[in-house]
Structures are given as structure tokens and as C-alpha cells.
Design a protein around this ligand. Structure first.
Ligand SMILES: [Zn+2]
Length: 451
């Protein structure tokens, strides 16, 4: 008896990290992949022809901020709509509670991601207080949280920093929960940033996007990575460096690894696709900053040599009216939307840099570091049926209104990118096709179990 599939993706070229490039069909039953093989036999309720296209595992963006501008619930829908159109099917959300216990917020965050979201999600809790450190093991037990984030430098008006003693205590607590639990760190040394920012305000009260890098010198990133790596090694904790941005920072990652540290390094597509001399100007302002073409080239080198393990977005959606580029460098707010362009930026620039397609897909689907592989991040029987069908030759000019998030601008506005999703399948259902949403939100929060 030949099996009956709910959906078969036929005639595509599968790009599977660690496996390779395979011409095969994918058979789906319910929300899972049931079979992968050359010309699958058996009937199918629905067929999606992927001839001439590549089929990738659904993209996992490990670094997303939700609810900075509208409510968490509103953005849980609007920004994941942009995500799924862009081929992203799972996100890691950096949750923020500056003072309170997360027990006050986790039920609502979880409900929003279960009821409103187009994509699946894991949570990384940002840790600021002693109470939160004390409660970390309970966050892990009750909500399946197995990643925590620390800021070594704050962002005025948005987020606080922690001092080294809190960082170290937090690391030890992370290690006590389990060897799989990850300490994500925003690595910039706060005092160096504060001095640099004050000097920039004094010397360049006007300022441009290119000047913004002076407020976040690479030395601050490199020193913080050295410090965090040293403390992480002492605490025997897995350090995850978020949004590495500079040549010096990458050298610090390499040094930490030479010294035996367990370090995962992430960069983000805004850093890979935009330099500080870009005509987009202050709409691309973020923290850390987009840097000079030399730093950007160093990031691509680090992708080539394996220093960088994973690529996210640091998506922080805003609207122009609150971004306020007209308020100048010091008056405009950091953050911009980047989920909808994430995969296309990586494919477009990655291929121009001669990076193999399989490597690019690997970088964009690294579910391993966060304990959700092989449920996510591969195409195999038993894995979730999250797939993105990409036309590598399709070229489109980025327009914010096509991205369908809540932002009315994109830092990539007006740029022509080659390589776009033409269909996204989430949990076995076709949700996005040819740039339009054709299905319902079916995202779930994914509690992670102790391995
Ligand atoms: Zn972030």
C-alpha cells in the first residue's frame, strides 16, 4: 500500500545542512515530514511543484525583538507575518522585563505566541535582577526556557546593563541548570560606550550614520567578548555572542576559542547587508552600529572561515514617526525591521561573496545551539514540516509595504535583492505564496526539555 500524503512538494532541489544538495520530493502528513525521496509514490491531497526552485528547511532567526513599538500581542502577529513571507518559520525572542519577575509576564507572552503568531518561537529571557537570577531554574522547569541574555552595556531609555558581578553570578546559575543552557551576551563594555557616546555628542551634535560607529567603538565589543569569554569559561557555561559586528570582536571570539572556551558567534543580516556609508542614513541606526565596509568584509571572511556560526536579524520593528530620523543622529531611535528581508539579504550578498548555498542555509537554520534540532533546521522524516521554497533567480526591489510588517520603512528600502521565497510551508500548511499570505497563523511557543 502506498502512503497517502496531505501535501507533497515535488521536483525541488533540497538544500539540507550537513547532508547536501538533493533532488527529491518531500511528503508531508499532518504537521510533520513523513518521507523524503526521489519521486515519492502514493497519492497526495495537494501538490506543490517546486521545479526549478530550491527547498530549504524553514529559516530559524535566533534573535528577534517583539513589542518594542506596538503591544507584544500586536507585533506577535504583524512581525511574524513579515517573517513567514520572508521564509522564517521559527524565531528566538529576546523577552524583556527590566525589574519584575518573569512569572508575571510569561503567561501573556506565551499566549500571544500560541494564538497570534505565524511562526514558532523560543524565548530568551533578558536577565537584570538578583530575583530573576534566583528564579532562572524555575523559568527553565515551568516554561522550558533554556537560554538567557545579559547586556554588558545598556541602551539609554530602552535597556539596562548588568555589572560583571551580576554577569558572573548569572553565568554560574545558567551552568547549574544544565550543560545545554545558553548564556547569550550583548558584548560591549559599558563604560567605554558611555564615554564614547558623550564625546560624540559634544563633538558632533549633528552627526551621520557613519559617525554612530564612534559611539560604539570596536574596542568595546572586543574587550567585552574577552571578559565574557573569560567568565564563561570559569563558570563552564556555553557563551553565545549576539550580533558580532567588528573585526576586533571576531578576533576576540577566535582568541576565546583558542583558549578552550565554548563560544557560539552570531552576526545579523543588517551588518552583512549594510555599511555605515549607505545612503539609507539614520533609518539604519541600531545598537551595535552598522560599521564601515572593512568591518563588513571581516564579517564575510568570518562566515567563510567558520568563526561565525549563525545569522539572525536583531529585528526591532519601528515606524518612521517614532524612529525620527529627522531628529538627527542623537535624537533618532535605534532599531529597524529586518525579518522580511533576512533570507534574501543573506542569499543575495552571500552568493556574491562566493559562499556555498549549503553554508548559507546552515547559518540561517542553526537550531542546534538552542536545543530544537532536529525538530527544526533540517528536512527529514519526523521533523516539523516547515519548508521554504526559494527562487534563487527572482530579483525584487525591497519596498516596505510589500514586507507586510507594521513598519513603514525598511533599512533595505530600494535595494534590489536576488533570491526570494515563493512559498512558505509551516506545520504542513502552505501559509505564504508569491509574496501573499494564504494561510492562518499556526505558530506555537516551543518549551524546551532538558536533553
Ligand atoms: Zn537584540
Amino acid at each position: 500500500m502506498s502512503p497517502r500524503f496531505d501535501l507533497v512538494v515535488r521536483n525541488g532541489t533540497l538544500i539540507i545542512p550537513g547532508v547536501g544538495t538533493v533532488a527529491a520530493d518531500v511528503g508531508i502528513c499532518g504537521s510533520r515530514i513523513a518521507a523524503v525521496g526521489e519521486t515519492l509514490s502514493g497519492s497526495a491531497q495537494e501538490v506543490l511543484d517546486a521545479g526549478g526552485k530550491v527547498v530549504l528547511p524553514g529559516i530559524f532567526d535566533p534573535h528577534v525583538h517583539i513589542g518594542n513599538e506596538l503591544s507584544f500581542e500586536q507585533e506577535a502577529q504583524s512581525e511574524t507575518r513579515a517573517a513567514i513571507l520572508g521564509g522564517v518559520t521559527t524565531i528566538g525572542i529576546m523577552l524583556r522585563s527590566l525589574d519584575d519577575s518573569y512569572f508575571l509576564h510569561l503567561p501573556a507572552f506565551r499566549r500571544a505566541m500560541d494564538e497570534m503568531s505565524y511562526v514558532d518561537s523560543v524565548f530568551h529571557l533578558q536577565i537584570f535582577t538578583e530575583q530573576q537570577i534566583a528564579e532562572m531554574p524555575d523559568y527553565a522547569r515551568q516554561y522550558g526556557v533554556r537560554s538567557f541574555k545579559f547586556y554588558m552595556s545598556g541602551i539609554p531609555g530602552i535597556v539596562k546593563s548588568v555589572t560583571d558581578d551580576v554577569l558572573f553570578a548569572g553565568f554560574k546559575q545558567v551552568a547549574s541548570i544544565g550543560a545545554d543552557v545558553v548564556a547569550c551576551v550583548h558584548c560591549e563594555t559599558g563604560a567605554l560606550i558611555e564615554r564614547a557616546r558623550n564625546e560624540l555628542v559634544a563633538h558632533k551634535p549633528e552627526g551621520t550614520l557613519a559617525d554612530w560607529e564612534d559611539a560604539h567603538p570596536a574596542v568595546a565589543e572586543a574587550l567585552a567578548i574577552r571578559t565574557a569569554a573569560y567568565l564563561a569559561k570559569l563558570a563552564a557555561v556555553h557563551l553565545y555572542v549576539v550580533h558580532a559586528s567588528s573585526r576586533q570582536g571576531l578576533d576576540a571570539v577566535r582568541a576565546a576559542r583558542r583558549e578552550g572556551g565554548r563560544v557560539t558567534a552570531e552576526t545579523i543580516t543588517p551588518f552583512l547587508g549594510i555599511s555605515s556609508d549607505d545612503a539609507i542614513g539614520l533609518l539604519a541606526k541600531m545598537v551595535p552600529p552598522v560599521r564601515t565596509p572593512e568591518h563588513r568584509a571581516a564579517l564575510w571572511d568570518a562566515i567563510r572561515d567558520g568563526t561565525i556560526d549563525t545569522v539572525g536579524t536583531d529585528n526591532t520593528s519601528r515606524r518612521r514617526a517614532s524612529k525620527r530620523p529627522e531628529a538627527g543622529l542623537h535624537g533618532s531611535r535605534p532599531g529597524h525591521p529586518s525579518l522580511g528581508t533576512h533570507l534574501s539579504v543573506l542569499l543575495h550578498h552571500g552568493r556574491r561573496h562566493g559562499i556555498a548555498l549549503e553554508r548559507l542555509v546552515d547559518l540561517a537554520t542553526r537550531a542546534r545551539a538552542y536545543g530544537i534540532f532536529p525538530r527544526k533546521g533540517t528536512i527529514a522524516p519526523g521533523s516539523d514540516a516547515d519548508l521554504v521554497v526559494v527562487d534563487l533567480e527572482l530579483e525584487k526591489v525591497v519596498r516596505a509595504e510589500d514586507l507586510r510588517g507594521m513598519s513603514d520603512f525598511s533599512p533595505f528600502e530600494g535595494k534590489a535583492l536576488r533570491g526570494w521565497p515563493v512559498a512558505t510551508i509551516k506545520a504542513g500548511k502552505l501559509v505564504a505564496k508569491d509574496g501573499e499570505i494564504v494561510g492562518e497563523p499556526s505558530g506555537r511557543y516551543l518549551p524546551r526539555a532538558e536533553p
